[in-house]
Design a protein. Structure first.
Lengths: 437, 172, 166
């Protein structure tokens, strides 16, 4: 029986344990008396998940802030070492759960680079399409929850309403609303269903008008501007020092976007702009996200147009690599393609053996290590994957953008008022699943 | 059994058993029935969104799958004002004491829904970091499986809880 | 500059450069990590001024037992380089790179937390993703996966690392 935590000698857990050590006066060891130390989180309506902030306050001004993370640590990286390469997709997709396709994309691109294979062109277009739509849903969640926390409750309802339209499309394509495990090493699992083009067309027609609605609601709203403009300013040099990427970096004027700088999946052939602003405050980040949503819809439009002219397979043909799931609803109502079942059961013994080995053991990936960065909605999402030649990963490290961006919170918040913490954190838009993994 | 789990202060019964009880004439007075009805009418959930299931919980509370049909769109941040804790998402070992503390701070009567497989049984993460089922820490009334459960599934879980609340004895 | 040129430029100073799968990796001695990173940042044409990621891998049967991996990136010239430092099992210390790259702060804390490697010179080397009193370092290969055995009605499933999957 494996050792569980109960077997190990542990001290009783003290939530205020070591982390407050540096808030004490070094001379006496007591907490300073003129300031107040207050704990925000981990259960808090406005910290975007289970983030804990230790604040030292002088009145309402924050003198020191120390973020404490780890309340959502799930051991994803350790778990991938005990499962096959394809099963790793289902683990990795739950790291940054608001933008699951990006985790899958980075992981699958890393595995494909290790294998040395190319995915079919149609699969690349579908990957770009779903990733850009996922960028839209992720920004919608960011702006919706940001609005909710500042009191703009209608923004929450509008944002989630649009998100439902896109989630409906995701459900018809992948089968799930979230955490899809759709992008797998070798391509994507299934081709688009018949109703997807029509739904996609409706979506692309409706959404730009809805984004106009959000801009009308919030852009020149005096309360929104008052709470966000000039708040949580982060200069470009400080961003670069702290390793902050994504909308916070672009809102400070630095036009770094991995889709343009180090293109992948054919992004160099799509026509879109990199949105930057110069102020570097929370309002600038909000505007960057709104405009990025429009750019993503532009890319989705182009990808949709290309799909019509690019029929073909969506998973790599090599049976030793690709996931053989040619699913369609058969006469028994279950999703097993009768032609494929005939092939493996009746016609070809070799195909049956391949299918069996792929499903139970999975692909064996040659020795090596790769690092693949993609431009996730929150910044640079990198996947460092090490293989030692077996059918399981040896090490998967997720370089999550929120983990690095959250280091900037003390810089954003110290010297400001308590009420400014809320727009500061929601403009960074951390997703704690990615931070803690 | 390797892990001890809470049995549940509010013992669960399936909808069929509830109907049987009612037919047999469980001794619910009119006052009990009224209290049960009042309790289930507008339960206020505490904001306990942890991970992916929290996003689905937010979607359930939003416009399309509207929780305010049952008076539950009001997610109270303070546990003292809440009576329902929907544990939505994976509970890490570091978060477990905070979870228990929030549960203790809630005033009676209180109920717990374990939303998603991670809260119900540890989910796909059978490892060192995730608590293998939140019922090792707090007594759970309704388990809603799924990864994440669809909003309709969560609503069914909430309605099951409401049925349970309506038909149980209010003061034990 | 192209990848081959970058590898050649780096090899003039640190000869242990390998280029595979369109990525360049340089192995550097533990004692000269800070010098190497400063040289790579300041050398014209190389200019690797950003640290994307810092992590470690554990190879229990090999020497060195740990590899600390730095993913470097040049924002001006769009090129990347991986820098690896070997750490022996007997002396699990590495110089911290936070003076050069403040972004490494949390990365090093996480690597310490999950692997137990001590970064000398780090301003605040405490556990970050695990509780402060956690006894072991889970991402090492000799640490168990953990979790509890799963009971079904009348059946019993051992934890994943004991299930004997191929």
């Amino acid at each position: 029986m494996s050792r569980s935590r109960q077997d190990l000698p542990v001290a009783p857990f003290d939530p205020a344990g070591d982390v407050t050590e540096d808030f004490r006066d070094p001379a006496t060891g007591d907490f300073r008396q003129e300031t107040m130390i207050i704990n925000m989180g981990p259960q808090h309506p406005s910290t975007h998940g289970v983030l804990r902030l230790l604040l030292e306050l002088d009145g309402e001004t924050i003198i020191r802030c120390k973020p404490v993370i780890g309340y959502l640590h799930t051991g994803i990286e350790k778990n991938t070492e005990y499962r096959s390469w394809v099963q790793g997709v289902t683990f990795v997709t739950r790291a940054d759960y608001v933008a699951p396709f990006f985790n899958e994309l980075a992981y699958c691109m890393a595995v494909e680079r290790l294998l040395g294979v190319e995915v079919p062109e149609r699969a690349r277009i579908i990957r770009v399409l779903v990733c850009e739509l996922n960028r839209v849903t992720s920004h919608l969640v960011a702006i919706a929850t940001g609005g909710l926390e500042l009191g703009a409750v209608s923004m929450m309802l509008y944002g989630l309403r649009e998100r439902e339209i896109i989630m409906d499309l995701f459900e018809s394509i992948t089968g799930l609303r979230m955490n899809h495990a759709y992008i797998r090493p070798g391509g994507v699992v299934m081709d688009l269903p018949e109703e997807a083009p029509r739904k996609l067309r409706d979506l692309l027609d409706i959404l730009p008008g809805r984004i106009d609605e959000y801009e009308t609601l919030l852009n020149d709203n005096p309360i929104w501007r008052e709470r966000n403009a000039g708040v949580a300013v982060l200069s470009a040099e400080r961003c670069m020092e702290l390793g902050v990427t994504g909308p916070p970096l672009r809102s400070a004027g630095v036009a770094l976007d991995l889709r343009k700088d180090e293109p992948y999946c054919g992004y160099e052939t799509y026509d879109f702009d990199v949105i930057t602003r110069t102020e570097g405050d929370a309002y600038a980040r909000y505007r960057v996200r709104i405009d990025e949503m429009r750019e993503s819809l532009k890319i989705a439009e182009q990808a949709f147009a290309r799909l019509a002219d690019m029929p073909g397979p969506v998973m790599i043909e090599d049976p030793k690599v690709g996931w053989q799931s040619k699913l369609s609803v058969g006469p028994d109502g279950i999703g097993n393609d009768p032609a494929y079942l005939d092939h493996i059961m009746e016609e070809s013994m070799e195909a049956l053996i391949h299918h069996f080995k792929m499903v139970t053991q999975g692909v064996s990936v040659p020795n090596g290590e790769v690092y693949v960065p993609v431009e996730a909605p929150r910044g640079e999402l990198g996947m460092y994957v090490v293989s030692d030649g077996r059918n399981r990963p040896y090490r998967v490290k997720i370089r999550d953008p929120s983990f690095v961006n959250l280091q900037a919170v003390p810089d954003l918040v110290e010297g400001g008022l308590i009420a400014d913490i809320i727009p500061a954190i929601s403009s960074i838009d951390p997703v704690m699943g990615g931070v803690d993994r | 059994m390797p892990v001890e789990r809470y049995e549940g202060v509010h013992l669960g019964t399936t909808p069929e058993e509830i109907e049987d009880d009612v037919e047999r004439g469980v001794l619910l007075t009119t006052l009990d029935r009224a209290i049960g009805w009042a309790r289930k009418q507008s339960m206020w959930p505490a904001t306990f969104g942890l991970a992916c299931c929290a996003i689905e919980m937010m979607a359930t509370g939003a416009g399309q799958y509207d929780l305010s049909r049952w008076g539950m769109e009001v997610f109270r941040a303070s546990p003292r004002q809440a009576d329902l804790m929907i544990v939505s998402g994976r509970v890490s070992q570091k978060m477990a004491p905070a979870l228990r503390r929030i549960y203790d701070q809630m005033a009676d009567p209180k109920w717990v829904i374990a939303m998603g497989v991670c809260a119900s049984a540890g989910g796909m993460f059978t490892n060192y970091a995730v608590v293998q089922g939140v019922d090792t820490i707090v007594p759970v009334d309704v388990y809603v499986p799924g990864c994440p459960p669809r909003p309709e599934m969560l609503m069914y879980g909430i309605l099951t809880l409401q049925k349970k609340v309506r038909t149980e004895e209010p003061f034990k | 500059m192209s990848l081959a040129e970058l590898a050649a430029a780096v090899a003039t100073r640190f000869p242990d450069v390998v280029v595979t799968r369109e990525e360049a990796t340089v192995v550097v001695d533990r004692a000269e990590v800070l010098d190497a990173l400063a040289w790579l940042r300041d050398e014209p044409g190389v200019q690797l001024d950003a640290l994307s990621s810092l992590t470690a891998t554990h190879w229990p049967d090999r020497d060195p037992a740990f590899w600390v991996v730095y993913e470097l990136r040049s924002t001006a010239l769009t090129q990347r380089l991986r820098l690896k430092v070997g750490v022996p099992d007997a002396d699990q210390h590495v110089p911290s790179v936070t003076p050069l790259f403040p972004t490494a702060n949390w990365h090093e804390r996480e690597t310490f937390d999950l692997f137990g490697l001590v970064f000398d010179g780090h301003p605040d080397l405490t556990r970050i993703v695990l509780p402060a009193d956690w006894p072991d370092h889970p991402l090492r290969k000799d640490a168990p996966l953990g979790g509890v055995p799963t009971w079904f009605h009348g059946a019993f499933m051992p934890p994943i690392d004991e299930r004997g999957m191929a």
